[in-house]
Design a protein around this ligand. Structure first.
Ligand code: MF3
Ligand code: CO
Length: 289
């Protein structure tokens, strides 16, 4: 179906196509004609969508703020899950992971050599020196938000501390590359180059994702990509920046018993920070942190 200039725009603004997204679509077509991967309309968020996603994000930010204040040696990762599930419910949301493809808990808690998808458990007690990622995602009124942070329990080794700090820096370096009409690969390669310069390896097989109207939507987001490649970034696209970075080699494996948890193959520690952003007319806006 081709929209006429005087038809209503596909974005739901109620405006005529010619005075709304026509020029935007023409610009995307130029990139498509050059062979680039371009976003489809269904992942471009409207103003209302972005408001809805931000409202959802308030909940997972509140969960992680609470975790930041209360996490300490001696608690179990189930305690973290209890906090997340209580705060999310109190604020009217639903944990997006709970029941997602059979995942049993309200957040992920990944410790040391666990890369991601660690499952909260009463049997896992935080120890002094652990590094842990708490990953929290929320549904509110059908809108999805996703973020994760690292926490250092007590005192850890200088190596693990530097890894945690550097991966946060890597996310900031990636964010600086997010501009409309540039490519996801510009962001991914900036993250990879920085991580390599510090002697780390970025996980290749798991990446980030579009997020907002669904938990995981297009595009899949790599953090080992090349400049000028991967999907064109355009205003209204919403995705996560969440590199998983290993102190050792990038290879990973999945827990055979629980079917979820991912570990580094070489047993080295891994760290990850996750933010969700929306691409704007002149850069990006942070939705979660
Ligand atoms: N926030 C995680 C992600 O986007 C959640 C994964 S799904 C889960 O990768 F079921 F493992 F939690
Ligand atoms: Co995610």
């Amino acid at each position: 179906m081709t929209l006429g200039r005087n038809d209503l725009c596909w974005c739901g603004s109620g405006k005529k196509y010619k005075s709304c997204h026509l020029a935007f679509d023409q610009k995307i077509d130029l990139f498509r004609d050059k062979g680039h991967i371009v976003p489809s309309h269904d992942i471009i968020k409207s103003k209302e969508d972005i408001e809805g996603i931000k409202a959802s994000a308030k909940i997972n930010i509140a969960c992680l703020d609470y975790v930041a204040e209360h996490i300490r040696a001696g608690i179990s990762t189930q305690d973290i899950d209890d906090w997340v599930s209580k705060i999310t419910a109190e604020m009217g949301g639903i944990p997006a992971t709970l029941g997602y493809e059979g995942y049993p808990k309200s957040c992920c808690t990944s410790i040391n050599d666990e890369v991601c998808h660690g499952i909260p458990s009463e049997d896992v007690i935080l120890q002094d020196g652990d590094i842990i990622n708490v990953d929290c995602s929320t549904i509110l009124n059908g809108y999805f938000s996703d973020s994760s942070r690292m926490f250092i329990i007590g005192e850890t080794t200088p190596e693990k501390k530097k890894l945690v700090e550097d991966v946060k820096k890597a996310v900031e370096i990636g964010l600086a590359e997010i501009k409309p009409w540039r490519f996801l690969g510009d962001m991914g390669s900036a993250i990879n180059e920085f991580c390599k310069s510090q002697g780390y390896e970025v996980v290749v097989d798991i990446g980030g994702h579009g997020c907002g109207l669904e938990f995981h939507e297009e595009p899949w987001v790599s953090y080992v990509s090349k400049p000028g490649t991967e999907m064109l970034m355009v205003p209204g696209m919403c995705f996560t920046v969440e590199p998983m970075v290993n102190l050792g080699r990038h290879e990973i494996f999945q827990d055979e018993d629980n079917g979820w948890t991912i570990y580094t193959e070489d047993g080295s520690p891994s760290a990850q920070w996750e933010v969700q952003i929306v691409v704007t007319e002149d850069g990006y806006e942070m939705i979660t942190y």
